[in-house]
Design a protein around this ligand. Structure first.
Ligand SMILES: [Zn+2]
Length: 275
């Protein structure tokens, strides 16, 4: 499964077919134009101050009390598994969509689907970081430090969101949301395109603040320390290296080019599941 497919599954959980057609046909307002947006009955409530965590090396979302577990990673010796938790994603994304609408972008296909896709993308980037670290530690025997790894994982996902774009697979072209994704990620020239771009910018900047504020647990909350490219890349390398890599680096081999390496490895070799 990829991020788009997972996002569409969560969207299908939150909105019935009929509600989806309403959203698709909804006329979109400019940012800040207020109308009363009607959410479906039984739509998830707003969660005032959600606390997000993920699971490392376990597969059970119920053990964590009030903490919302959106995803988890199981190390690759068994082999690597990236799991997305459908129920938690639904209630967390539902709450977030309500907040986006409250911030001044009326309910439409973009407020709903873009918000869900943003969260799914963040979870994928975060778990991909664990996958990459797992692979790297497998080779370097660097020490696992869960506090530091969580902070770096959040920072990694945050960094990636700034460069967020998407690729189309053949599988998307038959999908009824294909136009949506292509409009939002490959700027269309339709007359509405400026409005779409303004709305996307508003939704995106709201989510970048709101979502990353919810990483408030020990470890996770230190992501701020690594949010700038230099602090992120340097600490990332320091976390995963060993003396052999340092030696290669001093010889001029770019073994500290973590960013391009993780981009290449991605989640290859991991099983991706939605449960
Ligand atoms: Zn994590």
């Amino acid at each position: 499964m990829d991020q788009q497919q997972i996002a569409i599954e969560i969207f299908n959980d939150l909105f019935t077919e009929e509600q989806q057609s309403e959203l698709i046909n909804q006329s979109l307002l400019n940012v800040g134009e207020r109308v009363l947006s009607r959410f479906p009955e039984n739509f998830p409530a707003e969660i005032k101050q959600p606390i997000i965590a993920d699971g490392f090396d376990y597969n059970n979302e119920s053990e964590h009390g009030d903490v919302i577990v959106l995803g988890s990673y199981r190390p690759m010796n068994s082999p690597g598994v990236i799991t997305f938790y459908r129920k938690s994603l639904g209630s967390y994304c539902g709450s977030l969509i309500r907040k986006v609408v409250k911030s001044g972008v009326n309910l439409g296909l973009d407020t709903a689907l873009f918000t869900i896709y943003f969260v799914v993308e963040d979870v994928m980037n975060h778990e991909t970081f664990h996958h990459y670290s797992d692979y790297k530690r497998f080779l370097t025997q660097a020490k696992f430090d869960s506090m530091k790894e969580e902070a770096l994982a959040v920072a990694h996902a945050y960094q990636n969101m700034h460069e967020w774009h998407t690729f189309y697979h053949a599988s998307m072209s038959g999908n009824k949301f294909h136009d949506f994704f292509s409009k939002y990620f490959h700027h269309s020239d339709s007359q509405d395109s400026q409005k779409h771009r303004d709305r996307m910018t508003a939704i995106f900047s709201f989510l970048m603040t709101e979502h990353y504020n919810n990483f408030s647990l020990p470890g996770y909350r230190d992501w701020h320390l690594y949010r700038y490219p230099n602090s992120y890349e340097t600490n990332f390398y320091d976390y995963l290296k060993n003396t052999q890599l340092d030696q290669l680096l001093s010889n001029g081999v770019p073994v500290n080019n973590i960013r391009s390496e993780i981009r290449y490895i991605g989640n290859k070799g991991a099983i991706i599941q939605l449960v």
